[in-house]
Design a protein around this ligand. Structure first.
Ligand code: URP
Ligand code: ZN
Ligand code: ZN
Length: 458
């Protein structure tokens, strides 16, 4: 129903929050959750029998319509956010990225022009800073005024990275505004290893993880946390993949440092034998940091039990195998880095986490919804089912059993890293601000996504 007074009731489901679960009906008026005392007896009802009810999931790390210099990600904002919504994600936070020589305001304008009016779910932006100077420093508060309250820096990738002094200054300048997400890999070490491997004639995808061993990440995490401490800033370690990196975070936290720690489904569900696939198929798994060993995978789950990992995002950065991953046929270093995951993060975490007995449904909603809302300046509005919150609601069938195959995905990639995986759990219906926007794998409302003007991030 469009506009005006609109009352909806979702009945017979079990609500889940980090604090517990309970049977209750949810009442929605004009896109917001309202208390039962305000319920209109004539309200239209959605029957959620047999289902769990979650606040919409938040994916705090996506790259849509991003130009890598050699190609552009397969998913644009319409396809990426549509796939996200089908899977139960009602908010994405995408990385607007400064072009070197350009301003942060230019980048924000470009990202708005790509996303505004073209998103199926709500969206906000982080700002990736790729060049540091006084003019850029002066733009940080301007970003905050425009609702962009988190930043990102790369320690690797020569066309994107900041040096240590620049990163320290960025941490200091972002103090009071929000977190600085850091891609923690030591760029010089990666470059040296890539050159050595290629000089030795090692060109296949399986050499990609060998060019970025665990220490490349762990030493970068340590350096990043030192720089944040020196600047009294707030570090967000993005896409953590190693147990050694996790140890660095745990040690720094034990000394009282505020850190936001993120990992991704690929590091919790896959192991590095994927790179051994024949016929260049290992390229499908080339991302940075790379997929790690079984020991790392188990270490990350332990990090989740021990509350050293706070959020799980996708780092969705999709490329087709045909024509895009194939750019690296002659050198693993030319394979575009990134995986498609925006659609399946909730179901993957349900399958490998909740259904496998590793986490509870309460922890699941904390990692995927409540904590990202709290950390990224969306408290109250998103990530909860309390009166006053936006009625972003996922009706989740915990018992659904299905097989993930490339021919059923809604993302623009032509493959899935989880091809053939037996899945449990699935979003049956997804409400965005009170409107039924996706149901049973089908988008109903493709352009309703609104820009999220965020408060300070933590
Ligand atoms: O391989 C990856 N992760 N690509 C996306 C960009 C990034 O580093 O986050
Ligand atoms: Zn990264
Ligand atoms: Zn990323």
């Amino acid at each position: 129903m469009d506009g005006g007074y609109y009352m909806l009731c979702i009945k017979n489901g079990t609500l889940v929050a980090p604090q517990g679960r309970w049977r209750a009906n949810i009442f929605i008026e004009n896109g917001k959750i309202v208390p039962e005392s305000c319920a209109d007896p004539s309200a239209e009802c959605y029957d959620a029998s047999g289902c769990l009810i979650f606040p919409g999931f938040i994916d705090a790390h996506t790259h849509l319509e991003m130009d890598t210099g050699t190609t552009v990600t397969a998913d644009d904002f319409p396809s990426g956010t549509g796939a996200a919504l089908i899977g139960g994600t009602t908010v994405i936070l995408d990385f607007a990225t400064q072009e070197r020589g350009g301003t942060l305001s230019d980048a924000l304008r470009i990202w708005h022009s790509r996303a505004d009016g073209r998103c199926a779910c709500d969206y906000g932006f982080h700002m990736a800073v790729t060049e540091w100077n006084d003019a850029v420093r002066a733009e940080l508060p301007i970003m905050a005024e425009q609702g962009v309250t988190s930043f990102k820096a790369y320690m690797a990738y020569d066309n994107l990275r900041l040096n240590d002094d620049e990163l320290r200054e960025l941490f200091a300048a972002a103090r009071g505004i929000g977190v600085v997400g850091v891609h923690c890999e030591l760029g010089d070490m990666v470059n040296r290893r890539v050159s050595e491997l290629l000089d030795e004639g090692h060109i296949e995808p399986l050499w990609h993880p060998r060019s970025r061993p665990n220490e490349v990440e762990a030493l970068a995490v340590r350096r990043c946390l030192e720089l944040a401490r020196e600047a009294n800033g707030n570090a967000w370690v993005v896409h953590l993949s190693t147990r050694e990196g996790l140890d660095e975070i745990a040690s720094a936290r034990a000394l009282g440092q505020n850190i936001l720690c993120e990992t991704c489904p690929q590091y919790l569900t896959l192991t590095d034998d994927v790179y051994d696939a024949p016929d260049f198929e290992g390229a499908k798994f080339v991302c940075s940091p790379p997929i790690r060993s079984e020991t790392d995978r188990e270490g990350l789950w332990k990090g989740i039990y021990e509350n050293n990992i706070d959020i799980i995002s996708t780092d969705h950065c999709s490329f087709r195998f045909r024509g895009q991953k194939e750019l690296g046929k002659d050198s693993f270093a030319d394979i575009p880095n990134g995986l498609p995951g925006i659609e399946h993060r909730p179901a993957l975490l349900w399958t490998y986490g909740v259904a496998a007995g590793r986490i509870t449904a309460e922890r699941f909603v904390d990692l995927l919804s409540a904590e990202p809302a709290r950390r990224f300046g969306l408290s109250g509005k998103k990530g909860n089912l309390e009166p006053g919150a936006d009625a972003d609601i996922v009706i989740w069938d915990p018992d659904a059993e299905w097989t993930l195959t490339a021919d059923t995905i809604h993302m623009a990639a032509d493959y899935s890293p989880w091809e053939g995986c037996a899945m449990k759990g699935r979003a049956r219906a997804v409400f965005l601000r009170g409107e039924l926007s996706a149901e049973n794998g089908r988008i109903i409302r493709p352009n309703d996504g609104q820009y999220l003007f965020r408060g300070p991030s933590l």
